[in-house]
Design a protein around this ligand. Structure first.
Ligand code: 3RJ
Length: 762
């Protein structure tokens, strides 16, 4: 299916809108009717009757489509508007203009009737003018093949649609097929079927109205109107006041001949075209005598043989003649099924449907000059509005929930660890609870700290007086682990002399059992302390962890002990810096720390190590600080995406995508590098298939990327992308739906043509 661009609205009915449109790649404008599906019987009827009519006085039908909620008809564009509008504007038309217009109406109607079609609802509103002023019949919704019952056709279409005929009442259908009473012939008001003859009555009404500017019969009530049509003559064409232009006798005779109440007395086709009013335009003598180009085209477009006098044989020969109207079998009642719109429902289809243009119809030449200034003004307003909106969207986008983090240390989703216990009986210091410790007076506190540090620093040399068995150190460290879970105590301890001692002991403790407990205490202090003074030697701690990870990179077990405390320290300083009014970066994180953590993210690493590294990025990047910046590299996006797509551990996949989501908040390039590397389609398939947390993160990233302004161009042009986002609106999660709206908002800000796609699909 092809693309259509929609420009401005040109007309509107109760359940339809008409747009000026253009098929992509073509320079011809078309009219595109977007109609409610409730009008399916009328439109199907129009299509079956109009699709075979090729005549210059009939609006050409091109094609039709169906989308979820609408039927779309693509038809000939007439730029002159309707005859009804023209009469209203001009108040009345001169007899010469009426003649010129009527010749078009006669030619068109003759062709329609010769095709076996009765228009039934002929009104000035349904006659359109094209650019050069040619009149065209535009609407066959209530038309029918001569002699057939339209009720039958409507009920067939309705039954096909509902799947059951039982809910369709005959009265409902009768009401639907009622045309305008103003142009309705008396015999039809009395209950007769519409016919060629009743169309000619309507033609008389239109001729009358063109000349006088008023309909032939006007009443305030329906019963009054019916009474006038049945029983009264219309007000005379000839006016009392000489100010009005007076009709010729020929014109008066013609109109009165058409407005005969008795259909038998009414002008028939052959008498009609023989009226002197036409000045022999339709006379055979004139046609045969005439040599002009116009006359030749007239011969081929006007078929003078009256339909009523044709035998069945004659009509068959007539339809075999290429110059004659097509009495096609295709609009018979047996062929309802053939008249179905092309489906434009396939959501995933690459085929475009109807795209709203963000610009008005392109103009030519001089108009362009006038239009330049406002266009420039508008676009600069747009830029300002958009940057405001981008800030607004960014602040709405990441919710508290999106930025919440879980611990890196002792996180059972990453690694299940046994709880640490100490033995109070063999503890070398009083086994105070954390609460009790925080109540100690300064002297006791200081003594307590000294004792702890002395034990940790004591060297285990055989025979030495202050020797401490490794078991005593281990027990003390286990005790410290338990009090570090108390945040007041952790804050107290991290600011004490214990912290540098612990950092020292990471290297100097006698074995890895003790070293790993030392690291654990440091990690717990970092994760539970609530504030951090500038003089705490965090830089040294971070450097020490980095060195040890590098030195022991081949041991996954050691890395599993070393990485979480390093992560908690980084998260601590990122949090502290975010709180500061003037962030200055007092603690230096060596580049090697980031490098070594990025290595831990790689494919082939131990999965727990992968998860810990991803978790650190997730947590650190949830804070806006310079410490997050260290993770923003070209490889971080693809590395996290790889973990997300290739890991078999669900918790790791969620951490990886969550980390990518948070890093995208700081730098949209992170997500863009993933799109560049793996391609949008594979990302979109993850959006569709992902669990709701994953969907949430992915929608957040798309919205963040669009809000960043960069990289958005290709995304907003991608129909598949927009369709997948629209599909997210089906989610039961309101957060997901809200995020999908933020994405769509930005798509539409950048590319209004997508609005129609959005409206069509949902
Ligand atoms: C096709 C069916 C319309 C209208 C609303 C029929 C206009 C005002 C100014 C200029 C042009 C138009 C115009 N042009 C058209 N060209 N082709 C069409 C739509 C034929 N149409 C209208 N109004 C309608 N709603 C349903 N049918 C309509 C014409 N106003």
């Amino acid at each position: 299916m092809e693309n259509f661009i929609l420009y401005e609205e040109i007309g509107r009915g109760s359940r339809s809108v008409v747009y000026k449109g253009r098929r992509k790649g073509s320079i011809h404008f078309v009219a595109i009717i977007c109609s409610d599906k409730s009008k399916r019987p009328e439109l199907t009827n129009h299509v079956r009757l109009a699709h075979d009519i090729k005549h210059e006085n009939v609006v050409s039908f091109y094609e039709w489509y169906e989308t979820s909620n609408h039927l779309w008809l693509v038809v000939e564009m007439c730029t002159g508007g309707s005859l009804a509008a023209l009469i209203a504007q001009d108040e009345c038309l001169s007899e010469d203009v009426v003649r010129e217009f009527s010749i078009d109406l006669i030619k068109g109607l003759k062709y329609i009737h010769d095709s076996g079609i009765v228009v039934s609802d002929l009104t000035p509103a349904k006659i359109l003018l094209d650019g050069p002023g040619t009149l065209k019949y535009s609407n066959f919704c209530l038309a029918k093949a001569e002699g057939e019952s339209l009720e039958e056709f409507f009920s067939l279409v309705m039954a096909e649609e509902t799947g059951a005929g039982d809910c369709i009442s005959p009265q409902n259908i009768k009401n639907r097929i009622k045309g305008s009473p103003v142009y309705c012939a008396p015999e039809v008001l009395r209950g007769a079927d519409s016919s060629v003859c009743s169309d000619l009555w309507a033609l008389g009404c239109i001729l009358y109205e063109m000349f006088t500017g008023k309909p032939s019969f006007v009443s305030e009530s329906m019963t009054g109107l019916v009474d006038l049509i049945l029983n009264e003559d219309p007000p005379p064409l000839r006016q009392k006041e000489p100010a009005f232009s007076q009709p010729s006798v020929e014109f008066e005779r013609l109109v009165m001949g058409l407005l005969q109440k008795d259909p038998v007395k009414r002008l028939s086709w052959d008498l009609l075209v023989a009226q002197p009013f036409w000045r022999e335009v339709f006379s055979e003598a004139h046609i045969t005598m005439g040599k002009g180009q116009d006359d030749v085209s007239l011969i081929s477009s006007l078929h003078l043989a009256p339909l009523a006098s044709q035998t069945a044989e004659e009509s068959q020969t007539a339809s075999a003649d290429p110059a004659s109207p097509n009495l096609s079998k295709s609009f018979t009642l047996d062929n309802v099924i053939e008249f179905r719109p092309k489906s434009a429902l396939d959501i995933d289809s690459k085929e475009a449907i109807f795209l709203l243009s963000s610009r008005p119809t392109p103009r030519t030449s001089s108009r362009e000059m006038e239009d330049n200034r406002p266009a420039i003004q508008e676009s600069s307003v747009m830029v300002e509005e958009q940057s405001d909106l981008n800030t607004c969207i960014k602040s709405l986008l990441y919710t508290d929930n999106d930025l919440a983090v879980t611990p890196i240390m002792d996180n059972p989703k990453i690694l299940k660890t046994a709880p640490v216990r100490f033995d109070p009986k063999t503890l070398c210091v009083p086994a105070h609870s954390a609460e009790r410790l925080s109540c100690l007076n300064s002297e006791d506190w200081s003594q307590f700290l000294q004792q702890v540090c002395a034990v940790l620093e004591s060297v285990d040399r055989a025979g030495s007086a202050n020797a401490t068995a490794p078991r005593t150190k281990l027990n003390l460290l286990c005790y410290l682990c338990s009090v570090c879970n108390h945040s007041e105590m952790a804050t107290h301890l991290i600011h004490s002399q214990l912290f540098p001692v612990l950092v020292q002991q990471m290297r100097h403790a006698p074995n890895w059992d003790i070293r790993s407990k030392v690291m654990r205490v440091i990690g717990l202090l970092a994760s539970h302390c609530t504030e951090l003074r500038d003089d705490v030697p965090v830089t040294e701690a971070v450097a020490m962890f980095t060195e040890l990870i590098r030195e022991n990179f081949r041991s996954s077990k050691l890395k599993q002990c070393l990485i979480p405390p390093l992560g908690e320290l980084l998260y601590l300083i990122a949090t502290q810096e975010e709180k500061k009014e003037r962030p200055g970066g007092l603690w230096v994180v060596p580049a090697a720390a980031y490098t070594v953590l990025m290595r831990c993210l790689r494919e082939g690493e131990d999965l727990v190590v992968n998860h810990m590294a991803a978790k650190i990025i997730e947590n650190v990047c949830s804070r806006e600080s310079q410490y997050a910046q260290g993770f923003i590299t070209a490889e971080v996006g693809p590395a996290l995406w790889f973990l997300f797509t290739h890991s078999t551990v669900d918790a790791l996949r969620v951490s990886a995508i969550s980390a990518l989501c948070k890093i995208t908040r700081q730098s949209a390039g992170a997500f863009q590098s993933v799109i560049d590397k793996v391609g949008l389609p594979s990302i979109l398939s993850c959006l569709v298939s992902g669990i709701s947390r994953v969907q949430q993160h992915m929608l957040t990233m798309f919205a963040a990327m669009l809000a960043s302004g960069a990289h958005s161009h290709r995304l907003v042009q991608d129909r598949d992308f927009v369709m997948k986002i629209i599909r997210s609106l089906e989610s039961p999660s309101s957060v997901i739906r809200a995020k999908a709206f933020l994405v769509l908002l930005q798509v539409l800000m950048h590319n209004r043509e997508m609005l129609l796609l959005c409206c069509n699909s949902r």
